[in-house]
Design a protein around this ligand. Structure first.
Ligand SMILES: [Ca+2]
Length: 125
């Protein structure tokens, strides 16, 4: 892949996930998300694992507000270490999609997307 094509591919990935997110360099990814899992973190740069869900549990919604103590409105970074799509949701009287994270991508959430996620769904391709 030429350097230009690599850069364009990287840009396309960022645009897909939303303009207010930033891709996390691979070097920043600690080995703290199991293979084939989706992991959500309280801190940026994949710090402070909240929980994870197997990527093959198609259609499953993990409701962070159901945890004890509740873990909603905390997620600041995510690592989708699976072959499925990760849908981040905010409860606004209905489940509103905040971001869709493609397979094998990790992102920091910033500004209006930071600390608002209430649940996430495993969407199998
Ligand atoms: Ca947080």
């Amino acid at each position: 892949m030429t350097p230009l094509r690599k850069a364009l591919t990287a840009l396309a990935g960022v645009a897909l996930a939303g303009a207010l997110t930033a891709a996390i360099p691979a070097s920043a990814q600690a080995a703290n998300c199991p293979a084939n899992a989706m992991c959500v973190y309280d801190g940026h740069d994949l710090n402070g694992l909240i929980t994870w869900t197997p990527g093959n549990s198609c259609g499953w919604r993990t409701n962070l507000g159901d945890f004890s103590p509740p873990q909603n409105d905390k997620v600041s970074s995510v690592w989708n270490n699976s072959d499925s799509r990760l849908i981040l949701q905010d409860w606004r009287g209905y489940w509103a999609t905040v971001l869709e994270i493609p397979a094998h991508q990790s992102f920091n959430l910033w500004y209006g997307d930071d600390n608002i996620v209430d649940a996430y769904v495993v969407q199998c391709y």
